[in-house]
Structure formats: C-alpha cells, structure tokens
Design a protein around this ligand. Sequence first.
Ligand SMILES: [Zn+2]
Length: 400
Amino acid sequence: MTTLLIKNIGEFFTGDLALSQKPVGSLLIEDGRIAALDPPASTTAERVIDAGGAAVMPGLVDGHVHPVFGEWTPTQDTIGWIGNYVHGGTTTMISACELHVPGLDYENLTPDLVTSLAVVTAATTGRVRWSGAKVHAGTVILVPGMSEQHFDRLAAAKSILAKFIFYPLNRGRDEALQYQRWCRARGIRTKIHTGGVSRSGVSQICGYDVLSWLQPDIAAHVSGGPIPMSDADMDAVVDNTAFALEICSSGNYGSTLRLVRRLADTGQLARLTLGTDTPGGTGVIPRGMLRNLLFLCSVCGLTPGEAIAIATGNTAAAHGLDAGVLAVGRPADIVICGPVEGSTGKSAADAIAHGDLPGIAYVLIDGEIVVGGRSRQTPPPNRRLFFSCCDAHAGGLSCS
Ligand SMILES: [Zn+2]
C-alpha cells in the first residue's frame, strides 16, 4: 500500500455543491484514493506534503475537450497541450467528439466511419494517461443510419459519451430518440451541440425546440460555443428542462451571465457544468477551467466553493464519473493552491472571489504527484509548501 499525507491545509473545498467548504486540516491518501479526512494526529505516511496553510481542492474536470492524437492537437498545431492543462489544474477531461482529425469530411460521414473513429481514439488517445491526465476519449459523432451493433462497439471501447452535432435533428425524432435509448442502455451519456453553427460550418442549430423533445443528458455550451441560442430559448431551457447545462470558454460572456444568474436565482446550480471547448477556434487554454470558475465568482456572483464544485463534482457527476469530490473512497485527484503575491485577500477563497487566478503548487492524480512544487502555467502561491519523503526531513516533518 502506498500512502501520502497532506498536512496543514488552510482551506478545503469539497467539490460537493451541497457543502462546498469544510474545516479539514489534513487528508490521507492510500493507493490513490482518499482514505481519511483529518486522520488521527499520530498518522504517518510514506510521503508528506505540508500545505503550509494553502488551499486544497479537487482536480478540475474539463467537460468539453476536442482531442485528436494524444498530446498533439493539429487544431492549433500544439504539442503538449494536455500536460499544459494539467499544470492549469485540470485532472480529468471528457472528449466532446474527435471532429478535428485532419481531412475528415463532415458531409460524408458514415455509421462505420464515425464508430471506427471513436473506437480508434478510445484505443489511442484515450488509452494513455498523457501527463497523468484522465482523458475520456472515443465520443462518437452521431450520424443517421447507425444500428444497435454500432453502439455495442462503442460500449466495448468503453465510450462514456455520444454527441449530436452534425445529426439532422429536423428530419425526425424517432432515430435520435432510439440512439439515446441505445446509449443509456449501455451507460453512455448523450451531449448535444447547442446554439448556432460551429467552426465546422455544418453543425446543426439547436435551441429550446430540439432540447425539449430530445432531453439529452447534457446540453453543451448553452451560453454559446461560440454562438448562443436566443435569450428567450435559453430562459426556456432553464425553466422547463432538468438535464445538465454546460458553460464553455468558447461562449458568449453576456449569455453566460444571464444563464448563471437564472440558474442561481431558481436554485438550479446543481445542473451547471463547465468545460473549455478546446482545442478549437478559441485556442489552447491551459488556464481555461480556472478562468471559467473565476468568471462565475467575480462576474456572476457565485461563491468560490460553489464555482469550484461546478468545475469539479458537478461536471464529473453529469458525465457519470466518480472524480471531482474530495471524500473518503474517492480518487485522490487534488490541486493545492493559494493566492499569488500581490493578489486581493489573504486566502485562496478571497482571491478567487475577486476573480484573481490562484497559484498552483501541486497537482495529484490518483494520489500520484504530477505537478510538484509549482505549476509551469500559473504564478506560484505566496506560501511555501514542503514535500517530504522518508530520507528528507527538510521541512521539519516527521514521516515514517
Ligand atoms: Zn465543442
């Protein structure tokens, strides 16, 4: 059994919207999972991180990425993008389909081609923990003419999501609803592109009309990705549906503010999820998930605990994943961060509430340190953190 103890935690964000901050001072990890919150003072571990009063939060869950070939995205000719996102605090990413494969002809997609593309991506990009990140790839682009056997192949490939983006939803509902039943029977969730046409130029327009009868598991980038549905449609979606609603970095800021306020005012923040919708036309944004949650606090008026829970526990749960919440038995996907020198306030919560980027020192995925000491994508936090193992007691720590 491998053990790691995080001590001297100053602020603890649970990732659970129902109780988003708790007075937790230490956390014990065993074999990649959280074994105890505030274990007995006599607890020893093979490795110790002294958080020095810094903040601990769940690793961020980017609910909308577009991977292509592992760490290389031809979308913006960037190599190493996944590692850069890990340094921005993201520990889990969910593909919203792999439509950026060079040369893919969106107007001549066949059931066999889209299924094979998802299966190949799951077996390549989705097979490896790039830079330590949990990348859920193999999200099929749904097209007309698919049979139940195609969904069997997707289930065998361990796909967790299927995407309506090019599917002609104005052609009739029966097949789309059948696809949704086949997905759900196999534990695959459905997501739909909403709003106006995407960068591809051929995605289907989707507003309240389609969402009201399709009832997907998640409506993607409801406030724009990049073009939002009308204000009236967005209000109707908030008021008359119950599925998860996603906000992305690719969206419209005004629509995002309107959406978040309406959800908050009607007690529906549990429906809200976050993603970057990158790599894409919006770019490659290593700090994209952090920027999303800072916007929710500083502009939309949510508390830091609420915004962090939306970026972690909410987004993971909407996609059927057990990440995103720091509780006993959950994966130890953790970010340790604090306010940056010169930032507003003394705590990470103060800084985040003001919309100031926090400085990341450590990122852990399944209890393994994937960012150690400081992030290469954020300024350092203003507190010093110490790491100790059995032969190094430089921080004055006693670890066994
Ligand atoms: Zn997208």
